[in-house]
Design a protein around this ligand. Sequence first.
Ligand SMILES: Cc1cc2nc3c(=O)[nH]c(=O)nc-3n(C[C@H](O)[C@H](O)[C@H](O)COP(=O)(O)O)c2cc1C
Length: 325
Amino acid sequence: MDLGTTYLGMRLPHPLVVGAGPLGDDLDTVRALEDAGASLLVLRSLYEEEITGAQMDAFLTEETHSESFQEAETFAPDPLTPLGPDEYLEHLRLIKSAVSIPVMASLNGVTPGGWTSYAKLLEQAGADGVELHVYHAMSDMTSSAADVERQAVDIVRDVRASVSIPVAVKLTPLLTAFAHFARQLDEAGANGFVLFTRFHKVDIDVDELEIVRTLSLSDNSELPLRLRGAAALVGRVRSSIALSGGVHRGLDVIKATMAGAHVTQMVSALLRHGPDHLRIVRHEIESWMEEHEWSALDDMRGNMGFQRIPDPAAYERMNLRMALR
Ligand SMILES: Cc1cc2nc3c(=O)[nH]c(=O)nc-3n(C[C@H](O)[C@H](O)[C@H](O)COP(=O)(O)O)c2cc1C
């Protein structure tokens, strides 16, 4: 049975990738993930603010890990401490020297500028690729959708020009014209799309009059939005597609592949169950393929994409009908 896939030009033995987050922080955890068969690892993001020396974004320090590794406490990573640019490079070098799977770095930023040249240093430190997380809060009333998109395209073009390793772009699902935007990024030289960012939950503590930000772990109810995103792009862009969000079981990977994903990233499932969960998911994929007489994942990729099904609009209309019921 062939689970092999090509992502960002890299031939991988299977599509099970460890997504950006705290799983790459601790060397022992990284080794355990490699032993359990992870095909690629994405380190957590380094933020534009860190590179430009401004105040650290609250993202890294406010994440909650209350649910982490319920079944495998021994893999609980240390609480997240922000990494500065130099520490990030050092950490990347350390991880690269310790494992043989490809390791990607992740950069997060929203404004075009000098910080994007930092990608070159990541490449020199051994990164096999860079994932760009260009999430924009989009609450600035003076910026139009076109402005926001243009900035992101400029960032991708800058980074693409400064490195020769692959560049993947992690997108938000909150876009007015998602497919058109993806095409622009594709034309600007992106090598892959990661669909999609998952947001912090922002709530109001009415007693303390404070904003409370949490990042809870996902479940696979988050998958359908991503399936739709992959199905809309597969076969229509040059870029590879990674699906991130709600991938927990083998069947999620099968669905993602049918929608068009070349790889599936997992974070929540691995935080909850530990690295060995990769073995279970892989076994579930193989069992399902055997039972349904598929011999290669490549054969099913995108067979449920917009280009291959008779009524692509069903992805949208179906949602509406269900909602109206
Ligand atoms: C604790 C935690 C930390 C994360 N840190 C990052 C990060 O630094 N950069 C990033 O692009 N995504 C980050 N993410 C988002 C994940 O990469 C992923 O897109 C998201 O969790 C959806 O995948 P999942 O359903 O498998 O968790 C983080 C997620 C979690 C749960």
